[in-house]
Design a protein around this ligand. Structure first.
Ligand SMILES: Cc1cc2nc3c(=O)[nH]c(=O)nc-3n(C[C@H](O)[C@H](O)[C@H](O)COP(=O)(O)OP(=O)(O)OC[C@H]3O[C@@H](n4cnc5c(N)ncnc54)[C@H](O)[C@@H]3O)c2cc1C
Length: 446
């Protein structure tokens, strides 16, 4: 049997990576801070449901889990925009129902991944939080909820232990590593729209609902049981902020004024609002993702991003696929880890930037007339040049074009559309001959 690979964290990325590597015949051990969810139920954590797109689905497919996960997924065709005082309308994500994203419950998804990892031969130890690493002796320490600390030898450690990674902190002690966390200044709070008495959806069940309000927004993603997980994204401080919403009456008044059509469905608004914490959001940029062949970070542990493109998990799954592919070529750990960073870091940086941009688009531009015109133009150009002009959202969500390439092509396309659309309001005013020429000149076939 090969020398063991110890993965820290059996969350989304850790459990998928364990499955892929164990299926490859590698010797995989996993330590997870939380108790076994099959024994105690899923213990909360971040966001209750998630948007799953093609990159994530690809990883699940390789792990043999696509059918299992899709059986628990709800299709989201596009954004259902709720402007203040207007009827909601759907902005499709893609051409038709072949280009959609999926809402999946984190708890069930994590459970399926854990079961797949064990079935593939990975050994998972629950209730074991990494607390320290002795790099010289190649030993790590972990602690259970009983407070007892256990020591274990390791050959190599892979940190899939999330944004607050303990392995990242331990690597910092061994070799200082420039690390920059940019807080967004906005936080989030999770609320809920329950299912109807008959178990159906209170609002359209096949959309990601958005109530864009300029500096902030409310969103809702459907769950298979007919409920919605609702998230309020708001500045932490300032005139309209979480800081101001400290009293139940202020919360009720804020929702009545800003989200009047959502309010009747938010059955437990005040209890949810006062009972749930404000989650922190930010972008982590880390210079080195590995320590020779001794340790590597991936997923949120290496590159936490803001959730506005619904890509954190998708990107983490893509990391797992990339690392698994490298292990198929070589087991020279320092070389594999260096190559992993070289391939993935520029892409992680690109999606982190695009996720930040998307917050502005979602909370603001989705309700703007020029934005709608540019979106129409984008659709038209995509129809005329399907192999060349692919909307950036589609490159990110429906294809596996490397994020950095999607970002670069997206910038060319945005430029081109601004040039063509300047001073215009309608598609029949666009010079399509010029458009065709610019596209052929500036965009290589994808
Ligand atoms: C509000 C919100 C909405 C989001 N929506 C989406 C979305 O729609 N689509 C999407 O793709 N992404 C989304 N994301 C991002 C997504 O949640 C993360 O990118 C994803 O969870 C990263 O997976 P991970 O396995 O790297 O980390 P995590 O999911 O954080 O898993 C880390 C695991 O490590 C364990 N652990 C932590 N510390 C230790 C330790 N010391 N020892 C052992 N184990 C440890 C944890 O218990 C956990 O199981 C969202 C994030 C937020 C905050």
């Amino acid at each position: 049997m090969s020398a063991p690979i110890t993965i820290v964290g059996a969350g989304l990325a850790g459990a998928l990576l364990a499955t892929l590597l164990a299926r490859r015949g590698l010797n995989v051990a996993v330590i997870e801070r939380r108790a076994d969810p099959r024994r105690v139920g899923y213990q909360g954590g971040r966001s209750i449901n998630l948007a799953l797109a093609e990159r994530g689905l690809h990883g699940l497919r390789l792990a043999g889990l696509e059918a299992n996960v899709m059986a628990q997924a709800v299709m989201m065709r596009g954004r259902m925009i709720h402007e203040l005082g207007a009827d909601p309308y759907l902005q499709r994500y893609g051409r038709d129902d072949s280009e959609v994203i999926w809402s999946v419950g984190r708890g069930q998804l994590n459970l399926s991944l854990i079961e797949a990892a064990e079935a593939a031969g990975a050994q998972i130890t629950f209730d074991a939080a990494l607390v320290a690493v002795d790099w010289r002796q190649q030993r790590y320490r972990c602690q259970g909820s009983d407070g007892v600390i256990r020591e274990q030898e390791f050959h190599t450690l892979i940190g899939a232990d999330g944004a607050g990674s303990a392995l990242r902190a331990a690597m910092q002690i061994e070799r200082p590593n420039p690390e920059h966390f940019e807080p967004l200044g906005h936080g989030y709070k999770e609320l809920a729209i329950p299912a109807t008495a008959a178990g159906g959806f209170q609002i359209d069940g096949n959309a990601l609902h958005i109530w864009p309000r300029g500096g902030y927004m409310l969103i809702a993603l459907p769950n298979v049981d007919g409920s919605f997980t609702v998230t309020l994204f708001l500045p932490n401080s300032g005139a309209v902020s979480f800081e101001q919403l400290w009293h139940p009456m202020a919360v009720q008044a804020f929702f009545a004024q800003q989200f009047p059509d959502a309010l009747p469905s938010l059955a437990n608004l005040v209890a949810d609002f006062t009972g749930h914490p404000v989650g922190m959001l930010g972008t982590l940029r880390l210079q080195n993702w590995h320590l020779d062949g001794r340790a590597l970070l991936l997923g949120d542990a290496a590159h936490a991003l803001v959730p506005f493109h619904g890509q954190g998990m998708n990107c983490a799954f893509e990391d797992c696929v990339a690392l698994d592919a490298l292990f198929s070529e070589s087991t020279d750990l320092p070389a594999v880890y260096a190559e992993f960073q070289a391939r993935r870091q520029p892409n992680a940086e690109a999606i982190a930037d695009m996720a930040l941009e998307n917050y502005v688009e979602m909370r603001d531009a989705v309700a703007d007339a020029h934005f709608h015109f540019i979106k129409q133009l984008e659709r038209q150009l995509a129809e005329r040049h399907p192999g060349r002009f692919v909307p950036r959202y589609s490159m990110i969500s429906f294809r596996r074009v490397p994020y950095a390439e999607a970002q670069a092509r997206g910038a060319i396309q945005a430029n081109l559309m601004e040039q063509l659309g300047a001073g215009k309001q309608r598609l029949d005013q666009i010079d399509m001959t010029l458009a065709d020429r610019l596209i052929e000149d500036r965009l290589a076939p994808l």
